[in-house]
Design a protein around this ligand. Structure first.
Ligand code: FES
Length: 152
């Protein structure tokens, strides 16, 4: 077990109400919540692994697979939804085998669905590695993703 993770478990051991902050901090530290880490959290908090898994899977903030090298957030807020965000998901899935909430098999991309990126006038919008791309069409998005893939 990672020494920093061990220290984290020790810090929260026996503390009431520690499950959520422990899961958050474990994810910050490890990048995601591996099954083994959730088992260790169960031991540290005196809960069953099933309870910890139940809590973690309830909240959208927790990830159970490592993040890809590139993070692609597809906005599904109202403005982006109306302007065709679902169509962007379709392009990602059909052309690049990228599914929302998942990391590609090669570990390059993680695709997330987000509520609003705060630039609704540019809808539909995605954010790729922190950079916003707006007024997208499926073709424009495909070019952007292909460009990143070619650099890989
Ligand atoms: S709804 Fe997509 S940026 Fe606001």
């Amino acid at each position: 077990m990672d020494q920093a993770f061990r220290a984290l478990l020790d810090r929260w051991k026996g503390v009431k109400g520690s499950v959520i902050p422990l899961l958050q901090q474990a994810q910050d530290l490890l990048g995601y919540l591996p099954e083994e880490a959730m088992r260790d959290i169960a031991v540290a908090t005196g809960r069953s692994p099933a309870e910890i898994c139940g809590v973690a899977t309830f909240y959208a903030q927790f990830r159970f697979k490592p993040m890809g090298r590139h993070n692609l957030k597809v906005c599904h807020g109202t403005a982006c939804h109306v302007q065709g965000a679902d169509g962007l998901d379709t392009v990602l899935e059909t052309k690049f085998s990228m599914r929302t909430g998942d990391t590609t098999a090669d570990g390059e991309f993680t695709v997330e669905k987000v509520a609003c990126l705060g630039c609704c006038s540019l809808a539909p919008v995605v954010m790729l590695d922190g950079e916003v791309y707006g007024r997208l069409t499926g073709d424009k998005l495909a070019k952007i993703v292909s460009g990143v893939r070619e650099r890989v």
